[in-house]
Ligand binder design. Structure first.
Ligand SMILES: Cc1cc2nc3c(=O)[nH]c(=O)nc-3n(C[C@H](O)[C@H](O)[C@H](O)COP(=O)(O)OP(=O)(O)OC[C@H]3O[C@@H](n4cnc5c(N)ncnc54)[C@H](O)[C@@H]3O)c2cc1C
Length: 495
């Protein structure tokens, strides 16, 4: 590496997705509640490889359509709402009607997803035997996990508790919706820890849920947080991009140094224990030193930077799979929708495998949030690929659109409906980290490796959850850890 250009930074955040921007924002100021006092981070930089802020968050607009090519909405967690308040985005927050039904396509038609036990009893999605099996399982008539199975998969856990029908028709499509994942591969405790832990509270999942609600501390009502009702999903009137945009504006205002087109390729610890970081930029190679480095990039990116530095951590992180997903944003006239579903009103549909449909699921974007499609049109956001269909990336865009269009004709469109207005075909070559069996062990190995050297911190969606709310909580937590590190080390390096 070449000589670093300036005096050392306190913190360099590598990667400007939501995790990295939240960590930088929290470190740069004291407005985030619960993080009062001097963080010790006066000189902060954020380096991002691409020409965009926000990572997976990609909002686009054209011809009266406004669509998302990555995440579409968020569950408004307390940390996320606090950030919205801090960034003064409250007046731009838009919430989807929580009563909007969700659908599963099963045996040739859409079925409403039951949201409560009485709805499940009345649903045609499950057979009478399937309902009895789920009911008994939910009440705790469940065989214990096989002693020989050290870590159950999502399929094993939910199959054991709620039976094969719930697994196939509800859990598996939900897993597609969140992870684009395979329930046979994902670890129950890593991917659905909150549910998996209910069993440990005693009884079945129903009793566990009841007990956990009683054990939970009363939710703190904060007058400055927007009122949210259970099950509501949020976005902003200009789309999710409002969040990274506001974070970047706040960081600039606070004097942080933000660099796009900065792909970090080298990471080295100097004898002083300062970190030296090198990036490729359009102006050439750039080097800085920093007391702390936050790696807010995907696990495979960390694995590359750590190959010689921390080989055990690199190997662990490099083995986390990120299957490809293609987001296909399509516009259709409302008249293209089959009469029973016209106009589309709902969250969208998920599709269990084995139904002759390749698309994993479709979000009815214009039904969820106002202003997403011009008058007389629907916006449909389709996802295809994932852990069970990696071959999708071999197809060209026209073939992918044709496949999705055919699938939609079989599910919600009139069979004779003509082709859509194609808004985008966005290929995520490595989309969402899969929390497969052994995931927690892999993370523990990586965190132990980082602790060995000190001053390098991991912060992204492969650690404690993939949702936007999880990324914000993770960013805030890492900022607190970095602040503690800075407060307890000297300016020249570690004490
Ligand atoms: C298609 C899709 C749909 C989703 N839907 C939802 C949803 O509806 N709701 C929800 O809550 N979540 C959803 N998610 C998940 C959520 O969007 C992500 O988990 C989250 O945005 C990840 O944020 P991050 O900052 O951890 O990582 P990223 O957003 O991946 O950010 C990492 C950043 O690091 C940069 N980078 C990488 N390597 C380097 C390097 N060497 N040097 C410098 N910079 C580098 C990247 O360019 C990127 O900007 C979805 C994800 C995808 C892909």
């Amino acid at each position: 590496m070449r000589e670093p250009e300036t005096q050392p930074l306190d913190v360099l955040v590598v990667g400007a997705g939501l995790s990295g921007l939240t960590a930088a924002y929290t470190l740069s100021g004291h407005s985030a509640r619960g993080h009062q006092g001097d963080s010790g981070a006066r000189r902060i930089a954020v380096w991002e490889a691409t020409d965009r802020w926000g990572g997976a968050i990609v909002t686009q607009q054209r011809d009266g359509f406004l669509w998302e090519e990555g995440p579409n909405s968020f569950a408004p967690t307390p940390d996320l709402l606090r950030l919205i308040v801090d960034l003064q985005l409250g007046s731009h927050l838009t919430l989807a009607d929580r009563r909007l039904p969700r659908f599963v396509f099963w045996r040739g038609r859409l079925h409403r997803v039951p949201m409560s036990p009485p709805q499940a009893l009345g649903s045609a999605l499950l057979s009478p035997a399937g309902k009895v099996r789920a009911l008994l399982g939910g009440l705790g008539f469940v065989r214990p996990a096989m002693a020989a199975t050290p870590e159950e998969t999502v399929a094993e856990f939910f199959g054991r508790h709620l039976g094969p029908e719930v697994l196939e028709r509800l859990v598996a499509p939900f897993v597609s919706g969140v992870y684009a994942g395979d329930p046979q591969q994902l670890s129950a405790i890593a991917a659905f820890g909150r549910v998996a832990r209910l069993e440990q509270l005693g009884g079945g999942l129903a009793a566990g849920a009841w007990r956990s609600r009683r054990l939970a501390p009363p939710s703190q009502s904060a007058a400055d947080l927007p009122p949210i009702r259970r099950g509501e999903l949020g976005s902003f009137d200009e789309g999710l991009t409002a969040l990274p945009r506001a974070l970047v504006a706040a960081l600039v205002e606070r004097g942080a140094d933000l660099g796009k087109h900065h792909r970090v390729v080298d990471l080295e610890q100097l004898p002083s224990r300062l970190w030296q970081i090198g990036a490729e930029t359009p102006e050439g190679y750039r080097t800085v030193t920093a007391r702390a480095v936050v790696l807010a990039i995907p696990a495979h990116g960390v694995a590359r930077l750590w190959r010689d530095l921390l080989p055990d951590g690199a190997q662990s992180l490099g083995s986390i799979p990120y299957p490809p997903v293609v987001c296909v944003a399509l516009g259709y006239p409302t008249t293209a929708v089959r009469p029973p579903y016209r106009p589309l009103r709902g969250f969208g549909q998920l599709v269990p495998r084995g139904q002759g449909i390749r698309t994993l699921g479709t979000i009815w974007g214009s039904s969820l949030f106002a202003g997403r499609a011009p008058e007389g049109y629907h916006l449909l956001l389709n996802f295809i690929g994932g852990a069970t269909d990696g071959a999708i990336v071999q197809y060209d865009d026209d073939e992918i659109v044709a496949t999705v269009h055919r699938d939609l004709q079989r599910m919600v469109l009139l069979p004779e409906s003509s082709g859509p207005e194609v808004l985008a075909v966005h290929r995520w070559a490595q989309a969402i980290p899969q929390y497969t069996r052994g995931h927690q062990q892999r993370i523990a190995i990586a965190q132990t490796a980082a602790a060995r050297v000190g001053g390098v911190f991991l912060c992204s969606n492969y650690i404690q959850g993939v949702s936007l709310g999880d990324c914000i909580s993770q960013g805030r937590a890492v900022a607190a850890t970095v602040a503690h590190f800075l407060q307890t080390t000297s300016e020249e390096g570690q004490l």
